[in-house]
Write a protein that binds this ligand. Structure first.
Ligand code: NOJ
Length: 534
């Protein structure tokens, strides 16, 4: 039996801050539920389905960006951070959602985007109209180009979405002018966080939403914001979002921590508020720096989402994620998917095996100490939709890659609620913003809700057990010896979790099976399954 490093505090829901062990549910608002029949999901749709979320048993919502936006990147291009886009119902819809969610004891966290704005943000519009070297340009990162006429970008950085990370502007007199930096799409210019106005405005945004009752924020690209002096070339040019390269000069520059300390000071004025950073940093020490006591409360760790379905890989991902936060006493976080990653059912091989493995992995992540993030639709066992017609693709990756990468729309297809044909109650319009596969008739909420063996029922039972049983207590896990292709760990409270990634059934250790992702037979756990023993 081997012990993992312990986070110093145990998960005691009576004394610990709520977010240390919360189950968060990520809503991709365009795709969750549509209340105004335009084919696009909105906040009214989330409010109408709060009963469902209560039944699911989640503690908190993470709502992807809903602020005013031209939607060049699904709302991650924000034109006004202190207003809600009419597409999602305007600010009244947000106020109503917060109030009703709180009535049901569900917390609400919003997604804020500190690294960049929309190119239609008034600041950027002013920057384009202003002269090089002006105060208006200084809120962004404008530079002269390289080469005799400045026709080459200032450095070799690529955009994460493909193509160069720089776009050249035309100056007021009609001549080709400076270049501006955009690590993502050209419609998402990077802010210059060295300009004090940028930090001050972000603090105003934090307070604006906290004062309206929001319980915290997911911070987009929380390892971005600070750029290295002189913006040096990248040694090895690569664009992929899911590959961490800790030597990438675009991210994880040490000055970013001062920015997080400023943000944390504001959050500390609101004692129950949480900040959760999107931090793609591989090195555990550097990752842990983001969740020091005066920085972010939580940071997403993507190792489990990147792990293949083998016991050894899963165990390494768990060990690694625990080790990353243990030295600073932060709570670990677990996620299998989100709006940027192919859905887990598909990643684990698709079909019945993919669903079985996704169910098993959900039980593994829920058995671990820390906070869990569920991406909407995972609870229905939805697969990625990889055959969307090209003409419906919206992800900027599709255009920017010159139609070589289809992008992330396949994991953003709307949720099927009820009925036998698309759009499955998602909208009263004839079609949804991304088409839904007719095969999802068997995956609707309606078809799974009362079905004991459904993925939705498994999620509900697992979340409920985790919330009430003392066996889930304790900040660490102990690994048990287990057959090849399997893993088993125990929480100090007494829970034992077993995962079988091998191709054959395995004997379960002694104890009572309180929940299993596939029915054990004769004391044996089938392949592609997990069980909890208490
Ligand atoms: C990370 C978000 O999760 C992703 O969806 C977005 O495209 C980029 N940040 C840029 O904001």
């Amino acid at each position: 039996m081997t012990d993992t490093p312990a986070a110093p505090a145990s998960v005691d829901r009576t004394t610990e801050p709520w977010w240390r062990s919360a189950v968060f549910y990520q809503v991709y608002p365009r795709s969750f539920a549509d209340s105004d029949s335009d084919g696009v999901g909105d906040l009214g749709g989330v409010r109408e389905r709060l009963g469902y979320l209560e039944l699911l048993g989640i503690d908190a919502l993470w709502i992807c960006p809903v602020m005013r936006s031209p939607m060049a990147d699904g709302g991650y291009d924000v034109a006004d951070p202190r207003d809600i886009d009419p597409l999602f119902g305007g600010i009244a819809a947000m106020d109503e959602l917060i109030a009703e969610a709180h009535d049901r004891h569900i917390k609400v966290t919003m997604d804020l985007v500190p690294n960049h704005t929309s190119s239609r943000h008034p600041w950027f519009v002013a920057a384009l109209a202003a002269a090089p070297g002006s105060r208006d340009r200084d809120r962004y990162i404008f530079r002269a180009g390289r080469g005799p006429s400045g026709a080459q970008p200032p450095n070799n950085w690529p955009s994460i979405f493909g193509g160069p990370a720089w776009t050249r502007v035309t100056e007021a007199d009609g001549t080709p002018g400076e270049w501006y930096l955009h690590i993502f799409a050209a419609e998402q210019p990077d802010l210059n966080w060295e300009n004090p106005e940028v930090a001050a405005d972000f603090e105003q945004t934090l307070r604006f939403w906290l004062d309206r009752g929001v319980d915290g924020f997911r911070l987009d690209v929380a390892h971005g914001m600070a750029k290295p002096d002189g913006l040096p070339d990248m040694a090895r040019v690569q664009t992929t979002m899911l590959v961490n390269d800790d030597s990438d000069p675009r991210f994880n520059n040490p000055e970013v921590h001062e920015i997080h300390r400023r943000i944390r000071k504001v959050l500390d004025e609101y004692p129950n508020a949480v900040s959760i950073g999107e931090v793609w940093v591989d090195d555990n020490i550097r990752f842990g720096e983001y969740v020091r006591a005066d920085e972010l409360h939580l940071a997403f760790n993507f190792r489990l989402a990147q792990a293949a379905f083998t016991a050894a890989t899963v165990r390494a991902a768990i060990d690694n994620s625990l080790a990353a936060v243990a030295p600073v006493g932060a709570s670990p976080t677990w996620t299998l998917s989100n709006h940027d990653i192919a859905r887990e059912v598909t990643r684990y091989g698709g079909g019945l095996d993919g669903v079985a493995r996704a169910r098993a992995m959900f039980m593994v992540e829920l058995a671990l100490p820390g906070a869990v993030f569920i991406y909407n639709g995972s609870e229905l066992g939805l697969p990625n939709v990889d055959d969307l017609p090209e003409e419906v693709l919206r992800d900027p990756v599709w255009e920017r890659s010159g139609h070589t990468e289809r992008g992330r729309d396949g994991c953003r297809v709307p949720l099927p609620w009820e009925g036998a044909t698309p759009p499955f109650g998602f909208t009263a319009a004839a079609t949804s913003w991304l088409p839904m596969p007719p095969e999802w008739a068997g995956l609707t909420v309606e078809s799974q809700l009362e079905e004991l063996g459904s993925t939705l029922s498994l999620y509900r039972m697992a979340i409920q057990l985790r919330g009430v049983r003392p066996e889930f207590a304790g900040p660490r896990i102990e690994w048990y010896g287990s057959p090849a292709g399997c893993l088993a760990f125990r929480r100090p409270g007494g829970l034992v979790c077993v995962l079988n990634t091998s191709a054959v059934p395995i004997s379960l250790p002694p104890g009572e099976v309180s929940l299993a992702s596939a029915r054990p037979e004769n004391g044996q756990l089938p392949a592609n399954a997990a069980a909890w023993l208490i």
